[in-house]
Design a protein around this ligand. Structure first.
Ligand SMILES: [Fe+2]
Ligand SMILES: [Fe+2]
Length: 244
């Protein structure tokens, strides 16, 4: 069993934070260092609740996207592997100030396996915590903000004026419960999230709650999903002038 946080870990975390921030300068909105700080806070909280090793989780959370710009330049590069590759020499330099050498591989494992879009189910609790924290940052108020800022970077329009918050298309889908309807809607070809940011809520973001590994993340995801549904509801009303 790994040891938990102490004061020397604070110095290590500080050093990792400074390195990660430097590595992520000029990253586009949605995947910049602000995302890293939020994921770090989430991961810390979940790790404590789920009794995962805090130093491994914190280091992995801070370093998990440092290789993302390489993927932006060349889409054949997997940024998770690149981030782990870049993290290795840096973590080795921390051994002399107390980073336990036996924790380097678990950190790299969590970084390599953080991409939920790849459908990876990690073997370690630390990697699961990081993946859950990363998914949670795509939900709630932060998730809404990221969805639109990322959409803008990609040149997407906010919503489809014919069906802004997907209500019409959802109504046309067969299903008894609202969860069933959303699930059939997600499988249908009616979502155009390469064109409209709101469609991305249904294409991807509303799938995330069901993919959380930890009990702690499942609880936070349910709360955050409600915030997003309230937002869509209000947005729909404002677009139709029904909030006046
Ligand atoms: Fe990532
Ligand atoms: Fe991330």
């Amino acid at each position: 069993m790994y040891s938990n946080i102490n004061s020397s870990n604070k110095l290590l975390i500080q050093k990792i934070k400074v390195f990660a921030e430097k590595m992520m300068q000029d990253y586009p909105p949605g995947h910049n260092f602000l995302h890293i700080m939020r994921v770090h806070e989430l991961a810390k909280h979940i790790a404590q609740k789920e009794k995962a090793d805090l130093l491994i989780v914190e280091a992995a959370a801070l370093l998990h996207d440092i290789g993302r710009k390489y993927e932006l330049i060349n889409p054949k590069i997997n940024h998770a592997d690149k981030s782990a590759e870049l993290a290795l020499p840096f973590l080795k330099t921390l051994i002399k100030i107390g980073f336990p050498s036996d924790k380097i591989n678990p950190v790299l494992y969590a970084i390599r396996n953080h991409r939920f879009t790849k459908g990876i189910i990690p073997d370690t609790i630390e990697a699961r915590v990081l993946q859950d924290a990363d998914k949670l940052d795509a939900l709630g108020a932060a998730g809404i903000m990221r969805c639109f800022s990322h959409g803008t970077v990609k040149g997407r329009q906010e919503y489809n004026p014919e069906d802004p918050v997907c209500n019409k298309r959802l109504r046309s889908i067969k299903g008894t419960s609202s969860a069933e309807k959303i699930s059939s809607f997600q499988k249908s070809l009616k979502l155009e999230d390469k064109k409209y940011s709101v469609d991305h809520f249904y294409r991807k973001l509303f799938k995330l709650r069901g993919r959380m590994f930890t009990k702690t993340a499942k609880r936070i995801a349910a709360k955050r999903e409600k915030i997003m549904k309230t937002f869509l509801n209000e947005l729909g009303k404002e677009i139709d002038g029904k909030d006046l």
